[in-house]
Ligand binder design. Structure first.
Ligand code: FHN
Length: 561
């Protein structure tokens, strides 16, 4: 009774436009519960950049489609003309939501305003919006919100809070190129970003996620202009890109999957299907549906979510190539979704033939490389009470144990070429083989006190190896003291902002020589590589260049047995 009275009082006090205040704030874990269960969402990058679609003045502009104004150094008045050509009459929000649902996606995050400053909603803060500046005159966000509500789909809004190339004072990565862009960033925040974020958080019902991006020049004080607005949606989830030192609820690796996940954090890998987020008419570098499904499995096996992007056209259509791929993913998930939604990460550090997800004592083995000898070897000691293929649960599979490993007798052919899921029910907690390098002492070119080489092999995410302060290069070696067969390695530098190493090689020792297995220019949240099996006793990361003293949080090597 008391609660009801308070609620009525709250509604009267705040007025109906701020009804969101009346939502009851959940605990952090309850607030994140739907998101953790979801595992798979749709990212939509849609704006007036879909009009030029990658071409300006008959020239193809290099880079991602939604950056055409910045990369092509298009003057503000020129770019703003695209609004008059934006008339996406084929836009059908309900069809988009149904398509996402059929693909097995549980939430949608759409660009309400990208860096070009164009609002895809009716805004009183700026006329540069879809209702006031285009012949279309419809509020795309309003329509999507209604469709999401109708089909019970969670809605998230992307909002570029710092970069804005069409409102004076907005930040511009790489520097401004038009005198009209000059202005005061605090004024921009007060007059554009803050009022617009208030609009999107009050006009469209429940907003489940607010997805900030590129926190260029966002100080703590600037972030604190935005933070109080989050109370308008008390159960909203925000990502880690607001800036000003605020970490938000989610880590957001972009265009990659961290090899060992991000232990202790909620994380979401956002990725494109081709090479652009916003539509580019000539980008045909599409990943296959099989790759996309395997990415989803890989991410789920490491405890993350997959936010997969589409870039609709200026007509309001999601490109056919994306639709076909979404259908393919949906088909796989329709049969195997049990192994993805609500699953927890794999207990195995590495599986040569695929990935694993888990629900308590049920393990889902996602087999990418089907065994040619009819036996799937799983480095697991536990007794198994039941084994079957998820797509054929009635046919039980025989299991046995060999040298402490589980052997599952499987049919000659995989039932699903993308990934066949074998379900096993085990007794007790999974007893799995650790990475062969786990617990090694290792050796290094040098180390700072408290940052010895063994700290990189202990599997503890809070300890690390670090060279002595004066170094900008160095090496860290896994010395097994005997020959071992290695077919994969994972290396983690640190958090998403810790990209210190700029040139490295992963090597093995052959006689007196070090030979390169793979090389790269950045590690950050991690790299994971599989390679043809190499037999040697010493493997190392050779850091050739770094911005500051090199460090490695975790390096593990995986055996081919
Ligand atoms: O600059 C943007 C880019 O256009 C795109 O929106 C991606 C999606 O994560 N975020 C930024 C780059 O990190």
């Amino acid at each position: 009774m008391k609660k009801t009275l308070l609620l009525i009082f709250g509604i009267l006090l705040l007025g109906s436009s701020q009804l969101a205040f009346s939502q009851q704030a959940l605990s952090d874990s309850a607030r994140m519960a739907w998101w953790k269960e979801a595992r798979f969402g749709l990212f939509i990058h849609w704006g007036i950049y879909s009009v030029p679609a990658g071409t300006y003045n008959d020239q193809k502009v290099a880079g991602i489609g939604e950056w055409i104004m910045n990369k092509g150094k298009i003057p503000m008045v020129e770019y703003q003309k695209y609004a008059a050509q934006f008339n996406p009459v084929k836009y059908n929000a309900e069809e988009w939501v149904k398509m996402a649902k059929d693909a097995g996606m549980k939430y949608i995050v759409i660009t309400s305003k990208h860096h070009d400053g164009f609002a895809m909603f009716k805004s009183d803060a700026s006329n540069f919006n879809i209702v006031d500046a285009t012949p279309f005159k419809r509020d795309a966000i309003k329509e999507l919100a209604a469709a999401c509500k109708k089909y019970n789909m969670k809605l998230g809004l992307y909002y570029s809070q710092a970069q804005d190339w069409n409102h004076p004072g907005g930040a511009a990565n790489g520097g401004q190129w038009d005198p009209l862009q000059k202005g005061n960033m605090d004024d921009y925040l007060d007059k554009i970003a803050v009022p617009q974020i208030k609009e999107i958080l009050t006009k469209y019902g429940t907003i489940s996620v607010l997805w900030f991006d590129t926190p260029t020049d966002m100080t703590k004080e600037r972030a604190e202009k935005i933070l109080p607005l989050l109370k308008l949606q008390p159960n909203i989830i925000i990502n880690n890109r607001l800036g000003g030192g605020y970490s938000g609820d989610l880590e957001t690796p972009e265009q990659f999957i961290p090899p060992t996940g991000i232990p202790g954090k909620n994380w979401e890998s956002c990725m494109t299907m081709n090479d652009t987020w916003g539509f580019k008419s000539y980008d045909n570098n599409w990943k296959s549906a099989s790759t996309l499904v395997r990415n989803l499995i890989d991410i789920a096996s490491k405890g993350g979510n997959y936010l997969l992007n589409v870039g609709p056209t200026s007509e309001g259509l999601i490109p056919d190539s994306s639709v076909v791929r979404l259908k393919g993913i949906g088909k796989w998930l329709h049969a195997n979704g049990e192994a993805i939604y609500g699953s927890s990460p794999s207990p195995f550090p590495f599986l040569k033939w695929g990935r694993c997800t888990r629900k308590g004592q049920t393990l889902y083995l996602h087999v990418f490389d089907w065994p040619t000898n009819g036996k799937l070897e799983v480095p697991l000691e536990n007794a198994v009470t039941k084994a079957y293929m998820l797509e054929n649960p009635k046919q039980l599979l025989k299991t046995s144990s060999e040298n402490g490993h589980l052997i599952i007798n499987v049919p000659a052919k995989a039932s699903n070429e993308i990934a066949t899921v074998i379900v096993i029910q085990i007794k007790g907690e999974p007893k799995v083989e650790p990475a062969i390098s786990k617990g090694l002492k290792g050796d290094a070119s040098s180390f700072a006190p408290g940052f010895e080489s063994e700290k990189a092999f202990d599997g503890i995410p809070t300890t690390r190896w670090k060279a002595v302060e004066t170094e900008k290069s160095g090496w860290l070696v896994a010395d097994f003291g005997k020959s071992v067969k290695i077919c994969a390695a994972s290396i983690v530098e640190g958090g998403s902002t810790e990209k210190n190493i700029t040139k490295f090689q992963f090597e093995y020792k052959d006689g007196n020589d070090w030979k390169v297995i793979f090389a790269g220019k950045s590690i950050g949240l991690g790299v994971m590589k599989t390679f043809p099996t190499i037999e040697a006793s010493q493997f190392r990361i050779n850091i050739l260049e770094a911005k500051a003293t090199p460090f490695i949080t975790d390096m593990q090597l995986y055996q081919d047995r």
